[in-house]
Unconditional design. Structure first.
Length: 264
């Protein structure tokens, strides 16, 4: 009996020792975009992103007029406001509303010499979900104290597949249609892990004209655009499978390095 007790005790000691010596392999956090360096066109612009957890707090870029900055505001896990500044003066403000966690309206305001009211220009997008794979967006401008459908382009229809926008159709007042078709790679979008960005999609690649200065475009897609009717892109990827360089092709074999990406 004593030998049995000693044997059990030894086994328990061995198990405890192994448990104490076992080291946990830390789980790598999902990469968050740190910066976009624009190489072509060669203006030396670098956009830098900062976060609290996986919620973006601001994006900054140094441009010809000074320091450009976007401040992001969340309600829960949804982005409900973007404020754009130049040298700490507010120039644009974008407000987002949601219905059932889906984007419902976007109101974009350009300021009057840095004063948000009265605004110089107000635009509104209203989203109507036709199915899981398509959305109609009606475009309004504020005129004569009322929201009026914009002319000549008053509506955009967006089609999705696999979490990517595969086509945008822009409708004219007389029934004409202008369309853009997109193709993608199989790697994660550079913005993929930013909380709330997957909810934000628009009538064009950019949120508004202010955001184009930051190269903030196509933020809701799952993957990265490689081809449209007029553009052809290729990426070099880092060890996590995210784009490290973006190449813009102007012939089948000749290209320019357009962007360099870094991550936290």
């Amino acid at each position: 009996m004593n030998k049995l007790i000693l044997l059990i005790g030894g086994l328990l000691l061995a198990v405890t020792s192994c448990s104490e010596n076992k080291t946990e392999t830390p789980t790598k956090e999902k990469p968050l975009l740190k910066s976009i360096q624009e190489i072509n066109p060669s203006n030396g612009t670098t956009t830098t992103f900062t976060y609290e957890g996986d919620k973006i707090t601001q994006a900054t870029a140094g441009l010809y007029m000074g320091v450009y900055k976007i401040i992001y505001t969340y309600t829960g896990d949804l982005i409900t406001q973007e404020d754009g500044y130049i040298n700490n003066v507010l120039y644009v403000s974008t407000e987002y509303t949601y219905e059932n966690s889906k984007l419902k309206t976007v109101i974009y305001k350009e300021t009057n010499s840095g004063t948000i009211s009265p605004a110089m220009n107000l635009n509104k997008l209203v989203y109507t979900y036709m199915s899981e794979n398509s959305v109609d967006i009606d475009i309004y401008t504020y005129s004569n104290n009322n929201w009026e459908l914009r002319t000549p382009f008053s509506k955009v229809k967006i089609y999705f597949s696999g979490g990517n926008i595969i086509k945008r159709e822009q409708f004219t007042a007389n029934g004409g249609v202008l369309s853009i078709v997109y193709e993608y790679d199989n790697s994660p979008n550079i913005y993929k892990n930013i909380m709330g960005f997957d909810k934000l999609f628009f009538t064009s690649s950019f949120t508004n004209t202010f955001n184009r200065h930051f190269n903030i475009q196509d933020i809701s897609n799952t993957n990265n655009i490689i081809h449209t009717e007029s553009d052809h892109y290729k990426y070099n990827y880092n060890s996590d499978g995210y784009p490290a360089e973006k190449h813009s092709y102007y012939t089948d074999t000749a290209y320019l390095v357009e962007k360099i990406y870094s991550y936290y």
